[in-house]
Write a protein that binds this ligand. Structure first.
Ligand SMILES: Nc1nc2c(c(=O)[nH]1)N[C@H]1C(S)=C(S)[C@@H](COP(=O)(O)OP(=O)(O)OC[C@H]3O[C@@H](n4cnc5c(=O)[nH]c(N)nc54)[C@H](O)[C@@H]3O)O[C@H]1N2
Ligand SMILES: Nc1nc2c(c(=O)[nH]1)N[C@H]1C(S)=C(S)[C@@H](COP(=O)(O)OP(=O)(O)OC[C@H]3O[C@@H](n4cnc5c(=O)[nH]c(N)nc54)[C@H](O)[C@@H]3O)O[C@H]1N2
Ligand SMILES: [Mo]
Length: 690
């Protein structure tokens, strides 16, 4: 990214035309980054809360006062019960320095609870780990040469524009693009074919495809023999999933499965762009394992334009030990502080504490995240943050929904104001981010804020006081062959460096599993008492998974990202919010007609966890039985002060402990309607259930 300056002020951010993965293009949101940086509501001074929690009234204080309050309170808790202190952070910045370096070292040194950062990709990461050994896969560039591309649980026009450029290149060269998505997303409507399966049934579809590949012998036996483990066991499993059964599970035609398998199995340059949309359900980890197995059956890996890309993040030689210093934890490595899964933050904050859970949570430090808006089962999350006896520090650019509950609200710098280094999960480059402008007002980088709290607490651990530049230099293992010839000085000069990797990464095997092969059968899973072969698990909230619940709440709701927002970031940027308009709910015409709901009216979406309102769009973009509320709105910028996470659940995925945002049954009624309409809908029973 390049920043155009005028008198020390950033007036525009531009893509770098020399950077191959992006070719100088920025997505709509990031092209508005300068507007966000200088937004009149930017936080520029430390503040402390004066009104009740949640109301959002603050007064300005000095950094000295802020750090004194933070240090005094945290020190008092740390001597008694360090695990009562909980960090909460995720994707605000994914930079290796401002993400989790000094912050993690600080919490490790205190012996605070650890946070399992599972809100986004943990099921998929586990799926890849048990199949390929790491988050590794195809290069996004080579999708341009593919002949068939399955865009599976991904909406790249909204969420991965630079991949979409490659897919379009392929399309122009005659490739066939197939979207697999319950919703006709912006991307699905631009593909040659859209397979609108029921949400959470991807594992079954992948096993059905395998069934056809095996029965019709569309296999590369030499590749299977040389580079895979467990083919016989996997075959037996796949034979349980004939197309007719899979069609029934997925709610699609059996012929669609047969045709797709034949096309996939007879094309060598067949590539799959999987993305995290499909793993936000109970069986997400197994689904990723099943899909990741496909190119190893057909030998698609032999071509650089064949294979799978879910994440390429594991290719970068990041030294997370050096960055985060887990060895600073008391008891490391034998007995380390408790781990709290971030998806269950609602339950954790409301837990009274006991011998199993450990101490009641007394302090939360939130940075790079907006949990009151983004975490599932939001009613409980907000209730937790509202606890009067909870001490909450929030490091932020803006007064978000979460910030309203802070005791201390500390102004953080943006990407334009601080130093960082990055890896990517969508391409195979590492990047340097140098500050382009001075920090706004009294804003400080996350690292500096944590160094400050540590200093005021009198912690004498040199690792806590390293400079950002020293941390950035420690972020990569520079001797790694993928960084051949790249060092800190050269990275500073070029801004980015391509990792040296084979074009077709698994053409000759080289998986990072214990066997070095693609593990259809995972001994590591078996040893943990888990299912060693990929299987289909019905969503928790579905007619198969919970018939009684499905009778009361027959509609499956998903809430994937809106194009103009980045999770809950940018929602407060007026130009972007006005393009999104207001919270909407897309609903199939038959589901609407049954409920006497008309296009454009306000509806109430509800289940046992909560309810929210949205303006309905009656459209066949949503398959029957599915409703779609593009997200993630700031609650306080929505007319009713609620967002989609009012109804999502804290249940975790099969592998990795990920969130299950898209495993969520609801009912919908016209906001004007009397309550009996929900009873009527319930009588409809299982017909529309998913
Ligand atoms: N504009 C924009 N871009 C973003 C983000 C953003 O918020 N806004 N967020 C970023 C982040 S943090 C992430 S993790 C990625 C997320 O981006 P993606 O990985 O693309 O994931 P999602 O947007 O969650 O879902 C993608 C598609 O999966 C579909 N889907 C939902 N459930 C299922 C299912 O069960 N099966 C299948 N096959 N499809 C399903 C949804 O309808 C959606 O169209 O995007 C990143 N990029
Ligand atoms: N219903 C539903 N919920 C979802 C999802 C969904 O699809 N549907 N998607 C999930 C996914 S994939 C993800 S990744 C999570 C994302 O959830 P979060 O990780 O909470 O991401 P954001 O909502 O973008 O909030 C990040 C916050 O960090 C702040 N920030 C940015 N940079 C910095 C910095 O340098 N320092 C500090 N201190 N703050 C900074 C921003 O101002 C912003 O308020 O949401 C999840 N929640
Ligand atoms: Mo994410």
């Amino acid at each position: 990214m390049r920043v155009v300056l005028d008198n020390g002020r950033a007036i525009k951010v531009l893509g770098d035309p020399d950077h191959p993965p992006t070719q100088g293009a920025l997505c709509t949101k990031v092209s508005r980054y300068a507007e966000r940086v200088y937004h009149p509501n930017r936080l520029t001074t430390p503040m402390k809360r004066v009104g009740p929690k949640g109301e959002g009234r603050f007064e300005t204080i000095s950094w000295d006062e802020a750090l004194t309050i933070a240090a005094t309170r945290l020190a008092e808790i740390a001597v008694r019960a360090p695990e009562a202190i909980v960090p909460y952070s995720y994707a605000g910045t994914m930079g290796l320095v401002q993400g989790d370096s000094i912050a993690q070292r600080f919490f490790h040194k205190l012996g605070a609870s650890q946070l399992d950062r599972t809100i986004c990709a943990a099921a998929g990461a586990a799926g890849l780990k048990y199949t390929y050994g790491a988050n590794i896969g195809m290069h996004s560039e080579f999708f341009a040469e593919s002949e068939v591309i399955l865009i599976w649980g991904a909406n790249p026009i909204a969420s991965n524009l630079h991949f979409w450029t490659r897919a379009q290149e392929a399309k122009r060269n005659g490739a066939r693009l197939i979207a697999i998505d319950p919703y006709r997303s912006l991307t699905a409507e631009k593909c040659h074919q859209h397979i609108a399966l029921r949400p959470g049934t991807d594992g079954a579809l992948a096993l059905g495809l395998m069934h056809v590949l095996i029965v019709e012998n569309l296999l590369d036996h030499a590749y299977i023999a040389a580079h895979t483990v467990g083919f016989d066991e996997l075959s037996a499993r796949a034979l349980d999933y004939p197309p007719a059964r899979v069609a029934d599970i997925c709610g699609i035609e059996a012929q669609t499965i047969v045709d797709l398998a034949r096309l996939y199995g007879s094309t060598k340059k067949a590539a799959i762009r999987m993305n995290y949309g499909l793993q936000r359900v109970r069986g997400g980890g197994n689904a990723v394992r099943a899909i990741a197995s496909l190119p190893s059956l057909t030998g698609a890996w032999l071509e650089r334009a064949g294979g799978v890309l879910l994440s390429s993040g594991g290719w970068a030689p990041v030294d997370s030990h050096a960055l985060q210093r887990p060895d600073l934890m008391p008891g490391w490595p034998a007995k380390i502080p408790r781990v709290i899964n971030m998806n269950a933050i609602g339950d954790a904050l409301l837990h009274p504490g006991d011998t199993e859970f450990g101490p009641k949570v007394e302090a939360v430090i939130v940075y790079n995240s907006n949990p009151v808006a983004v975490a599932p089962d939001s009613v409980r999350v907000a209730e937790g943050f509202a606890r009067d006896d909870l001490f909450t520090i929030v490091l932020e650019h803006f007064q978000t929904d979460t910030a309203d509950y802070a005791d201390l609200l500390l102004p953080a710098t943006t990407q334009l104001e601080h130093l960082d280094v990055h890896k990517s999960y969508g391409h195979t480059y590492v990047m340097l981010n140098e500050p382009a402008i001075a920090p706004l007002g009294e804003a400080r980088p996350n690292t500096e804020i944590f160094r400050g709290i540590a200093r005021y607490m009198g912690l004498d651990e040199p690792a806590l006081y390293e400079s950002d530049e020293a941390v950035a230099q420690a972020a990569f293992r520079w001797q790694d062959p993928t960084l051949d010839g790249v060092d800190w000085a050269s990275l500073k000069k070029t801004g980015w460096a391509q990792l040296k990797l084979a074009d077709a990464p698994f053409a000759e095997g080289g998986f990072r599993t214990p066997s070095g092969k693609c593990e259809f059968y995972s001994e590591r899973l078996a040893q943990q008492g888990l299912e060693p072969l990929p299987d289909y698990l019905a969503p928790y909230e579905s007619a198969d998974g919970a018939p009684e619940l499905a009778a009361r709440y027959p509609l499956a709701m998903i809430s994937p990202p809106a194009r103009n927002f980045l999770n809950s970031t940018f929602v407060n940027v007026e130009s972007l919010r006005s393009t999104e308009g207001e919270p909407h709910l897309d609903m199939h015409p038959l589901d609407a007609r049954y409920r006497e709901i008309v296009d454009g009216e306000q509806v109430r979406i509800f289940n046992d966890r909560g309810s929210m309102q949205a303006r309905v769009r009656v459209t066949d973009r949503a398959r029957e039985g599915l409703v779609v509320g593009l997200s993630i709105w700031w609650k306080k910028l929505a007319p009713d002060g609620c967002n989609a996470n009012q109804v999502t659940s804290q249940a975790l995925t099969d592998l990795g402990g990920s969130a299950t945002f898209y495993d969520c049954l609801v009912e919908v009624e016209a906001a004007r309607a009397p309550r009996e309409s929900s009873t009527k809908a319930a009588h409809r029973g299982l017909e529309a259930a998913v």
